[in-house]
Design a protein around this ligand. Structure first.
Ligand code: A2P
Length: 345
């Protein structure tokens, strides 16, 4: 006996939305009906799902009627407007925006790390920030063996984090520069092609940008540990769709490199990529399209006896966003945390 669910994707035409669509199909999520929602700009477009063309609808109150799960990826302000409408109409919203992540009533879930948190949902479950998801998948298994005391993260974030239009802009800028023209920046604040810049999210009084504070605050919430000291520097780099992160971890006592490798070899959602002989380690180009977070260059921190260094790459659109959201939906199904619509044999 199998149950299936009425699903809506809010932001279906975006970079994450199209990946959500592909993952629902490829992972054979039990979809009874699928609604594709976007802005008025996309009215008239259709997208393919399981061999059918589905028309994109403009988001509206009525669009959330008779929906069990909303996968939302249309930005924070759109989520703030529509998530409560969808919940009122009986749906569970898995929200990819930052709108509800730090709300104490809203679970913030990485299924490899804190699946149990999903059970406490009151209609909305938040998908963490992409850099946070990738880091927590790699650090959590080590934290289980010896609690990490301090994390220093430096990120190298691809254009995909700023959406489909940012990815297109980098391509256009690249060809403009190659033809001797000036690159135009409209989506991102500066030209990204052949360049990089510190993440352009708003800065706080301490000089940290929002993206950096997401890594700090979201990781503490996901790990249920306010004691961990975390600092981050987030940088946008001219890579299309996978993020990289250099992570320094400090423990109370030394953590052997061999033990860390052994743990990460069998950790869920992690793939160890280390070929020291050929100097081959995780690269965004190899992480692209993969479900796992690629981790490598695990080494003793020579500046601290209890420190470990590691390097990771993960597909920002996939595990950093769409896949994590689908895994949360799968968890809700598995744990019977949704109302089933259709029962078939
Ligand atoms: P649209 O394509 O109609 O603009 P990305 O993160 O790749 O930029 O994608 C953002 C997604 O969110 C797109 O599907 C976009 O739809 C959708 N979106 C943006 N603003 C709104 C809005 N105000 N209402 C509904 N959907 C929106």
């Amino acid at each position: 006996m199998s149950k299936s669910y009425r699903v809506a994707i809010l932001g279906a035409t975006g970079a994450v939305g199209t990946e959500l669509l592909e993952l629902l199909e490829n992972r054979a999520f039990p979809v009874a009906e699928l609604k594709l929602l976007a802005s008025e700009r996309s009215v008239g477009r259709s997208l393919r799902f399981n061999g059918e063309n589905i028309l994109v609808e403009p988001v509206s109150d009525r669009a959330f009627e008779n929906v069990d799960i909303v996968l939302a990826s249309a930005g924070g302000s759109t989520s703030k407007t529509w998530a409560s409408v969808a919940v009122e109409k009986g749906a569970v919203v898995i929200d990819n925006s930052s709108a509800f992540r730090m709300n104490p009533q809203v679970p913030l879930v990485v299924p490899e790390v804190n699946p149990q948190a999903a059970a406490n949902h009151q209609g909305i479950i938040a998908n963490p920030n992409c850099t946070t998801i990738l880091m927590t998948v790699a650090v959590w298994p080590l934290h289980q063996i010896k609690p990490v005391q301090r994390i220093v993260a430096s990120t190298y974030q691809s254009a995909s984090g700023a959406g489909a239009r940012a990815m297109a802009e980098v391509k256009t800028q690249t060809s403009a520069i190659l033809q001797g023209q000036r690159p135009v920046a409209e989506v991102l604040p500066y030209p990204l092609a052949f360049n990089l810049f510190p993440h352009n999210s708003p800065l706080n009084d301490l000089g940290y940008c929002e993206e950096e504070m997401k890594m700090v605050n979201e990781t503490r919430k996901i790990f249920s540990s306010q004691q961990i000291k975390i600092t981050a520097t987030c940088v946008r780099v001219p890579v299309l769709r996978a993020h990289s992160e250099a992570i320094n971890l400090e423990f109370a006592t030394p953590f052997s490199v061999d033990a860390a490798k052994e743990i990460l070899t069998s950790a869920p959602g992690v793939k160890l990529v280390e070929d020291w002989k050929n100097n081959h380690f995780p690269m965004p180009i190899e992480a692209t399209g993969q479900d796992e977070v690629l981790v490598g260059r695990i080494r003793q921190d020579i500046s601290h006896p209890c420190g470990l260094e590691l390097w990771l790459c993960g597909d920002q659109i996939r595990k950093g966003a769409a896949l994590n959201a689908i895994q949360i939906a799968e968890l809700l199904v598995e744990k019977n945390l949704l109302k089933p619509l259709v029962t078939s044999h």
